[in-house]
Design a protein around this ligand. Structure first.
Ligand code: SAM
Ligand code: SF4
Length: 380
C-alpha cells in the first residue's frame, strides 16, 4: 500500500427493520433520509478539502443497509466523492446489500457507477434462526438475491454469524452446503457478539431466548474452519476467508492501521495519527453539518505508543500478522521492543514473535482474551 493512499467508508444508517442482535447505528425512521444525504455530501466536501493530494484506493458503502435506499442517494454521495476527492486510483468499490432490498435495477445501477464488489448479509440458511433474530428475509429470498448478484458480479462476500439461537451442527452444515454450491469469492463468518445492549441481550436475560452452549459453539467454530479449508478458502483474518486473490482490500486499511476516512453517523477515521468517531445521533449529525461543523463525537491525537498498540491490536487479527521490519519502519525500535517484550512475557502461548508477530492457533481461537490482555501493556 502506498502511504499516500486512503480508504473511504460511508455509513448508511437505514434498515427495513432492526435485527435483534445488532448494535450498529441504524434507524427504520426514513423521514430524515433526504436531509441525511445532504449532510453526508456536506461532510464529504468539508473533509475532502483537508485531504487534497491523498488518493482514494477503496470505497465502502456500509450500514445499516445501503441497498435499502434509492439509487439517487447513492449517486448523490458518489458524485460528492468524485467532486471532492481524488478517485483516479480507485481499486475496490464495495456496497453492502441485504437480500430483501436488493433488486436487478439496483444491481445494474451499482455496476454502472463502478461498484466492483458486493457484500451480502446472509447470517444463516436456517429459516428458524432468521425468523427468531428478526431478519427481513428467509433462505429462499437470500438464495434468489445471491443468484441475481452472480449474474453481475464474481467478487461477492457473504456474511454469516455462528452462535445464534437454535444453532447446531445441522444449521452450520446447511450453511456450509450453501457455500460449497455457490462458491462466493469471500466469506465473513462472525462469532455472535451478544455483549452489547440489544433486544437479544434483553431476551437472553429474561430467559425468553437461549444461545447454544459455549462448548458447542467452539466445536462449531473448529468445524467451520476445517470445512472451509477443504473448500479451498484461505482464512486470512480471524473472521475472513477468501478464494485466492479475493481478499478484501478495504479492510486491510483497518487491519494495518493505515489512513482511512469515515463519513456519516458513527463512522470512524484514522488520518495522520489522529483518530475520530462521528456522533451516532442522526439529528445531531444533520444539525452540525448544516452549521458547517464537523460532526465529531471524539477526536484524539495518538502518541507513538498508542499508535503502535492500535497497530498490533488490529494487525494481530490477520493470520499472517505483521512483520517486525514494518513495525520498526513506522515506530522507534525501543518502543517496539518494549511492547514486544511484554507480549512475550505475558502472552507467550497466544502470540508468536519472530520475523512476524502473529497469533498462534490458540491465540486465534481465544482472540477475545488476547485483545483484552493487550490493554494491559504499558508504555514503560
Ligand atoms: C454492519 S452489519 C450490516 C450488514 C447488513 N445490514 C446485514 O444486516 O446483512 C455487517 C455484518 O456484521 C455482522 N454482525 C452484526 N451484528 C453482529 C453481532 N452482534 N455479532 C456478530 N456479528 C454481527 C453481520 O454478519 C452483518 O452482516
Ligand atoms: S444486522 Fe443489518 S439489517 Fe439488521 S439491523 Fe443491523 S444493519 Fe440493519
Amino acid at each position: 500500500m502506498n502511504s499516500n493512499d486512503i480508504a473511504v467508508y460511508l455509513h448508511i444508517p437505514f434498515c427495513v427493520k432492526r435485527c435483534l442482535y445488532c448494535d450498529y447505528v441504524s434507524t427504520t425512521d426514513l423521514s430524515l433520509k433526504a436531509k441525511y444525504f445532504n449532510a453526508l455530501s456536506k461532510e464529504i466536501a468539508l473533509k475532502g478539502e483537508k485531504l487534497k493530494g491523498r488518493k482514494v484506493r477503496t470505497i465502502y458503502f456500509g450500514g445499516g443497509t445501503p441497498s435499502f435506499v434509492e439509487e439517487e442517494f447513492i449517486l448523490q454521495t458518489f458524485r460528492s466523492l468524485q467532486e471532492h476527492m481524488d478517485l483516479s486510483d480507485l481499486e475496490e468499490f464495495t456496497i453492502e446489500v441485504n437480500p430483501e432490498s436488493v433488486n436487478e435495477k439496483k444491481v445494474q445501477f451499482y455496476k454502472e457507477i463502478g461498484i466492483n464488489r458486493i457484500s451480502m448479509g446472509f447470517q444463516s440458511t436456517s429459516d428458524k434462526i432468521l425468523k427468531t433474530v428478526g431478519r427481513s428475509h428467509d433462505f429462499n429470498k437470500g438464495l434468489e438475491s445471491y443468484k441475481l448478484l452472480t449474474s453481475f458480479y464474481d467478487n461477492i462476500n457473504i456474511d454469516f454469524i455462528v452462535g445464534l439461537p437454535y444453532e447446531n451442527f445441522e444449521t452450520v452444515n446447511s450453511n456450509l452446503e450453501f457455500i460449497e454450491k455457490m462458491k462466493p469469492s469471500h466469506i465473513s463468518y462472525y462469532l455472535l457478539d451478544s455483549s452489547h445492549d440489544t433486544p437479544l441481550k434483553h431476551f437472553l436475560e429474561i430467559k425468553e431466548m437461549k444461545l447454544p452452549e459455549d462448548d458447542l459453539v467452539y466445536d462449531l467454530l473448529d468445524y467451520i474452519y476445517d470445512q472451509l479449508k477443504k473448500l479451498q478458502y484461505n482464512r486470512y483474518e480471524i473472521s475472513s476467508w477468501s478464494l485466492p486473490q479475493k481478499e478484501c482490500i478495504h479492510n486491510q486499511f483497518y487491519w494495518y492501521n493505515l489512513d482511512y476516512v469515515g463519513f456519516g453517523v458513527s463512522a470512524g477515521g484514522h488520518i495522520n495519527n489522529e483518530r475520530y468517531v462521528n456522533t451516532s445521533d442522526v439529528k445531531a449529525y444533520i444539525t452540525k453539518l448544516n452549521n458547517e461543523e464537523l460532526p465529531y463525537d471524539t477526536k484524539n491525537a495518538n502518541d507513538e505508543f498508542a499508535e503502535l498498540l492500535e497497530t498490533l491490536f488490529m494487525s494481530l487479527r490477520l493470520t499472517k500478522g505483521i512483520t517486525y521490519d514494518s513495525l520498526v519502519q513506522r515506530f522507534s525500535k525501543n518502543v517496539v521492543d518494549n511492547v514486544l517484550n511484554q507480549l512475550k512475557n505475558n502472552l507467550e502461548e497466544y502470540i508468536s514473535i519472530d520475523d512476524s508477530i502473529k497469533l498462534t492457533t490458540k491465540g486465534l481461537n481465544f482472540s477475545r482474551f488476547v485483545f483484552e490482555k493487550l490493554l494491559d501493556v504499558s508504555p514503560t
